[in-house]
Design a protein around this ligand. Structure first.
Ligand SMILES: Nc1ncnc2c1ncn2[C@@H]1O[C@H](COP(=O)(O)OP(=O)(O)OP(=O)(O)O)[C@@H](O)[C@H]1O
Ligand SMILES: [Mg+2]
Length: 687
């Protein structure tokens, strides 16, 4: 109405805006009748919305991600030879690619894990091919005078797309579809400037890689491999730790299970090695070496799926303690789900490695009831990978910020993602962690480039001490005060002593991550983080201290149980299993496809739809009852009985059901015997 339009003009004027323009805009985009309702909202946010509308075309252009091959001029300037080494686990894919890498004048290996980069670094130097190591937090130059070697083994995020190489190896290419890290494989695949690019991984990625290379005008030569050693899914479960044999590896998806199992194993007089994601790399390597060493009495490994990709360990038999793994869904919620076929294949594939003393692998579960599900998972067919991850670059976000100077970094990322256009072969990676950090440091004055780098720091947002450290680092940085060694020691209370209980161990792991964060930032802002070499020294010391803790893990568990009334181990329920850095993150392998056909000898095909079930293996709490168990874990009689093995989860559930019925019947148990027992006492029994 005329009146309203005048009113809108007046209100707009009061806010320094053109009220009529806003009304007209709303009229053009809203249903009739909604303009009045929306006007006040638009007026409030007009300063943000209208500049964006003004430059919408520019923003669309900047966030146009339809031609990623064009982002890498060095790679586009040469014609690369692309070789895809495809096959199941333990088929020699990486081996063949590495042979070519070692023979070349120069080469780069890009792997998904620090441990794998380390394995190739070692292998190359052992073969008298000098090779450097580059991860987010570490640069090892083998040359005494600090010159770069012609070969480098790195974590995939760290590969250079501007340095020319004769041979590049990209390992575990199926990770290109990882929701968080996929972009790093896409970047390596499109951007490595090498005469030959050797890609290793699951056959499910062949079609996508071929299509991506079609867009760069490069042909893909596919070499298929078969498993080098047989692997069998056993028809029986382990059932009891008394049945353990040398070369067994128990895989858990819960850190508390690791602690609990290692204690039970050592109580049987057996030594065991422990590997989980949040241990420092040095500790992981030492534990792996100990387990691999034929002369070491330690013949049992308890691990999370941190061992699940590409690694060569002396494992004869993989025993899944559980098939349920926590994961974070797209909404950021925690979900408990059965592991995917790809995950199961990757983990199983650690058994019976060609290079180990065990030439035949075996796979089974801890509990008999899980065996059918394991076979079902392993026999599911795996769909081909269809899309590759992409991530907005710092330059793109900077250009956005130029057009939208008032928006926060987190908003810029949101707007970028929602406006971005991608080709059907790509998807934009999950940016939640980035946004989490952006929001956390939003109030600290930093220029955009610095802010962007801080937000790409590969830390685990579930570790409060690491998050607050990042915040403190950022604050100190914004004051332009260099973060010195002394400052860091004060912040972390260094020097630290060996852990007395599991809680201490968990804290030491977090401090190790804070040192990692310092080193990671020191490679990006050398002036502000000047004491990298001192920090590296104390980090090594800390790694040793943690190793002492892990060696004495049984003692630590006992100490933790003694200090806790309930006997529960004092580890927060949501404490991360994974190491925090991106390039060593325990991977969120959300349904990664795999070529599983024909990998297992006596696998029984069990058709049927996906089922989600818990495991009842030792020390394991089924997913469905986990939340209810929280209070119990903190000290109930039921939890104590379960821990002591006097009560199983099934018995507990049965009791719960009976109590429920009992309660509903005003205290009378419905079953014969109990009815008889209670009958004469009437309904007086209260829960
Ligand atoms: N032809 C060969 N000669 C000697 N050793 C080999 C050969 N092929 C493979 N190996 C060794 O066998 C082990 C398994 O090979 P490799 O790691 O290449 O398998 P992969 O297919 O890459 O497995 P994954 O999928 O688990 O990464 C390695 O230790 C490797 O060095
Ligand atoms: Mg491999």
């Amino acid at each position: 109405t005329f009146y309203k339009r005048k009113e809108m003009q007046r209100l707009g004027g009061e806010n320094g805006l053109d009220g009529l323009m806003i009304a007209n805009f709303l009229k053009s985009v809203c249903l009739p009748g909604h303009v009045d309702d929306l006007f006040p909202f638009f007026l409030r946010h007009a300063k943000q919305i209208f500049p964006m509308l003004d430059c919408m075309d520019d923003l669309r252009k900047i966030s146009d991600l339809r031609l990623p091959p064009n982002w890498y001029p060095e790679a586009r300037a040469i014609q690369r030879r692309i070789v895809f080494h495809a096959g199941p686990t333990n088929s020699g894919k990486t081996h063949h690619a590495i042979q070519r890498y070692l023979a070349a004048k120069s080469g780069i290996y890009c792997g998904p894990l620090k441990l794998l980069a380390h394995e190739i670094f070692q292998k190359s130097n052992d073969a008298s091919v000098p090779c450097d190591l580059v991860t987010g937090e570490e640069r090892v130059l083998v040359d005494q005078e600090g010159r770069q070697a012609a070969h480098v083994a790195c974590t995939v995020e760290m590969c250079s797309v501007t340095t020319p190489y004769e041979v590049a190896v990209i390992d575990e290419i199926q990770m290109i579809k990882d929701p968080a890290r996929g972009w790093a494989w896409t970047r390596a695949l499109l951007g490595l400037s090498a005469e030959e690019v050797h890609i290793c991984g699951e056959a499910a990625a062949i079609d996508l890689v071929t299509e991506l290379m079609y867009s760069t005008g490069e042909e893909v030569e596919v070499r298929n491999y078969k498993r080098l050693t047989p692997i069998t899914v056993l028809d029986y479960a382990l059932e009891s730790l008394d049945n353990l044999r040398p070369g067994d590896c128990i895989v858990c998806f819960n850190k508390n299970d690791i602690y609990s199992l290692s204690r039970q194993i050592e109580a049987r007089g057996l030594e065991c090695a422990v590997i989980y994601g949040s241990l420092p790399p040095g500790t992981k390597l030492t534990q792996a070496k100990k387990f691999n060493d034929p002369d070491d009495p330690c013949k049992i490994l308890v691990a999370t799926d941190a061992i699940g990709m590409g690694l060569n360990l002396s494992i004869k038999r993989i025993i899944f303690n559980s098939l349920i793994k926590p994961s974070i869904n797209e909404k950021g919620e925690k979900e408990m789900d059965a592991i995917t076929t790809s995950q199961a294949l990757q983990i199983s594939g650690r058994a019976g490695r060609f290079s180990s003393v065990f030439k035949e692998g075996e796979v089974t579960t801890m509990h008999r009831d899980d065996l059918v599900l394991l076979k079902e998972i392993l026999n599911r067919s795996v769909p081909p990978i269809e899309t590759a991850g992409l991530h907005p670059t710092a330059e793109q976000i900077e250009m956005f910020a130029y057009h939208l100077p008032d928006a926060t970094l987190s908003n810029l990322i949101d707007i970028f993602v929602s406006l971005s256009q991608v080709d059907g072969l790509y998807f934009v990676c999950n940016v939640d962690d980035f946004k989490f950090l952006a929001d956390m440091i939003q109030h600290i004055p930093l220029n955009l480039r610095v802010r962007y780098v801080f937000c790409t720091a590969p830390i685990n947002k579930k570790q409060p001490f690491v998050c607050t450290s990042l915040l403190k680092f950022a604050r100190q940085f914004s004051r332009n005060e260099p973060l010195t060694f002394d400052w860091l020691c004060r912040h972390t209370n260094w020097p630290l002593v060996p852990p007395k209980n599991i809680k201490d161990l968990v804290h030491l792991e977090a401090v190790h991550d804070v040192f990692d964060l310092y080193l990671w930032l020191s490679y990006r802002f050398m002036d502000m983080f000047p004491d990298a070499s001192l920090v590296r020294d104390i980090q090594k010391e800390l790694d040793n201290i943690i190793q002492i803790g892990v060696r004495n893990i049984t003692t630590l568990i006992r100490a933790s149980q003694a200090t806790s009334v309930s006997g529960a181990i004092a580890v927060p329920d949501d404490f991360p299993l994974q190491r925090t850095e991106v390039n060593d993150r325990m991977l969120n392998l959300e349904d990664l496809p795999a070529a599983n056909q024909g990998q297992f000898s006596s696998a029984t095909k069990v058709p049927g739809q996906k089922r989600i079930r818990g495991s009842k293996a030792l020390g394991y709490r089924p997913a469905e009852v986990k939340s209810n168990m929280k209070s119990q874990r903190q000290g109930s009689l039921a939890a104590k009985l379960v821990r002591e093995g006097l009560l199983t989860q099934e018995m507990l559930k049965q009791l719960e059901r009976e109590w429920q019925v009992h309660h509903n019947n005003n205290g009378n148990f419905p079953t014969g015997k109990r009815d008889d027992q209670n009958g004469s006492k009437g309904t007086g029994n209260k829960k």
